[in-house]
Design a protein around this ligand. Structure first.
Ligand SMILES: Nc1ncnc2c1ncn2[C@@H]1O[C@H](COP(=O)(O)OP(=O)(O)OP(=O)(O)O)[C@@H](O)[C@H]1O
Ligand SMILES: [Mg+2]
Length: 236
């Protein structure tokens, strides 16, 4: 299929808007998850949000004293059309969300997140998860259960470090087992040849590779957004 560089045309051509609507915008949300915490989900979310002029939502944020991902993305994205939705759960403790919530006498309820999601009217929404797929949200549900409930398309982030092949393939195996709709991988950090290994073994394509930088700022994000846009539209 010939790809258009016009984001809206590209998304329509790729049927991104044609999945049964759950959210108020009627589109398929893009859920950013990956191999774990601190691997670059927020940076990648900012780049994708910028590339697609999408809206951004981090429904569950733990460790708010260290700053929120919503604020980070706001500071990195420069297009003026992006809407940033409020978190549903903002938890003080920097810990797994189920532990942070328990600490505050709260309990993360997926129904509450879904109800909130239904009020969101974005056509193209980037949702950032917490940690990786098997992070517990409460006594019964994990991040992967939230992805299923949201009927989201998944982008997997893998940071390049020794051991990332194992973490990446475990993540991919779970996605396959649960039949998630995975668009592909975005690798982050200094290039390593095992990006191709992970794509090959997992069967999910490499969408893009984000280089290491000493300067994470809005210029870097808009440059990377420009670089990955065509590939992103191809795989979404
Ligand atoms: N390509 C990169 N070059 C340099 N530093 C990076 C790069 N990607 C991420 N970092 C740094 O690594 C840290 C973690 O990145 P980020 O916050 O995006 O991870 P995360 O997966 O969103 O974490 P969390 O699970 O807490 O949401 C940040 O300090 C970020 O600035
Ligand atoms: Mg983050």
């Amino acid at each position: 299929m010939a790809l258009s560089l016009n984001t809206e045309q590209g998304l329509n051509a790729l049927n991104l808007h044609k999945v049964p609507p759950l959210g108020g915008g009627g589109g398929t949300p893009i859920f950013i998850t990956g191999t774990g915490t601190g691997i670059g989900k927020t940076l990648v979310s900012a780049i994708i949000t910028e590339a697609l002029h999408a809206d951004y939502w981090k429904p569950i944020q733990a460790g708010i004293a260290e700053g929120t991902d919503n604020d980070k993305v706001k500071s990195l994205v420069t297009n003026s059309s992006t809407t940033y939705y409020d978190e549903v759960y903002k938890l003080k403790l920097s810990a797994s969300p189920h532990i942070a919530a328990r600490e505050e006498g709260d309990n993360i309820d997926l129904n509450k997140i879904i109800e909130h999601y239904k009020t969101i009217t974005s056509k193209t929404l980037v949702i950032e998860g917490a940690g990786g797929l098997m992070v517990p949200l409460n006594e019964n549900d994990f991040v992967i259960d939230l992805i299923e409930r949201l009927q989201a398309k998944v982008i997997l982030v893998s940071r390049n470090y020794l051991g990332s092949i194992n973490h990446s393939l475990l993540t991919a195996a779970l996605c396959r087992q649960r039949k998630l709709d995975v668009a592909g991988w975005i690798f982050n950090g200094g290039y390593q040849h095992y990006e191709e290994e992970i794509a090959g073994w997992s069967g999910y394509p490499k969408i893009a590779s984000i280089p290491f930088t000493n300067n994470i700022n809005s210029t870097f994000v808009s440059e990377q957004a420009r670089v990955i846009k065509t590939s992103l539209l191809q795989y979404l």
